[in-house]
Design a protein around this ligand. Sequence first.
Ligand code: RNT
Ligand code: ZN
Length: 417
Amino acid sequence: MNKMYELAKAKYAAFGVDTEEAIKKLDNVAISLHCWQGDDVTGFDHDGPLTGGIQTTGNYPGKARTPEELMADIDKVISLVPGKVKLNLHACYAIFGPGEYVDRDKLEPKHFSKWVKFAKERKIGIDFNPTFFSHPNVKDGLTLTSPDEKIRKFWIEHGKACIRISEYFAKETGIPCIMNIWIPDGFKDVPADRMGPRMRYKDSLDKILAEPFDKNLVKPTVESKVFGIGVESYTAGSAEFTLSYAATHEGVLPLMDNGHYHPTEVVSDKIPALLCYYPEIALHITRGVRWDSDHVLIFDDETKEMAKEIVRCDALNRVYMALDYFDASINRVSAWTVGVRSWEKALLNALLTPNETLKKLQDEGNFTKLMVMFEEIKTLPFGEIWAEYLRRHGLADDISWFDEIQKYEKEVQSKRV
Ligand code: RNT
Ligand code: ZN
């Protein structure tokens, strides 16, 4: 046993916290790893720009250009993080054979067989996302809400194809697939009709979900958003819309992306609210700086608070956690790794919080001691428990993981020109 860990363990025990229990619980959590951090949300099925009101900034060299490069980068990340992961794919990451191409409404499981092979070899699950952006059929910024029936039909077919692919992922990997629906649809300026697009969105969702699927294998989620670049005045898939849709459609889960709210709103407070009603919910975990900027996740206060809520609500098995950010200004593999490690740290920190004691103080109305306790536990030797967690997963307990990144950048990424 590591001496430092033993000492830290005793410090936590004094607060009634069992560090072994915390480590054990963390080991059961799988974090969904977003493939799109590796190539700035480009994918393999188009040459056009990234659209949909989302943006990557920066031009750091070494971006993955092919499925092989992206897979190698994902492997690098997996090798540098301690916990369990799942792979999170977007439909635009379909892998076509030479001379083969189908549009998004015609996608089939076979276009993702290489990803399935990848996941199976690593014994991980796959989550999925239809791609309702970066495509010529996004007409006037609209997809499932378009007044043009042909456009709507195309995207409905895309959604149905994605359900079939999601079920294929779940069957092949033996792990349920979370299929997240996010559309960029909205208006730059004050709309004349706010309800019409939402009624069309509702109808399109109904049509997509009419595709038969096993609810134990595929878990559709609907992600809300408040605004995007170029769609500042109105977003069809608002918080109220998606929550109400999920509440009224069995088997559909709400997905909250913490970049998708007004800056003073916090998702940490929304998690326990939704858990009062929904058996399961999903998250996109990101870091917005002044806006939905999708900065790399770090171990900051709101990140810690979100993790604490999941743990306090005893909901580690009711909340599906996916990362969602994209930074092109720094080494992308490092960006990925820092984000995964940050969420793992946040979960571990939450599991090491004496939640029962703190709850009791609140219920007793002892807010003086509650504040004192909150401040005391902030300086507990968390780093020693994290270091132990890394060691138990065969990882170095120092910053030498970054040497690996630098080596990889030099030997692999910098040669991608
Ligand atoms: C956009 C949403 C959405 C995307 C991914 C790529 O604001 O957060 O989840 O980031 O689907
Ligand atoms: Zn998101």
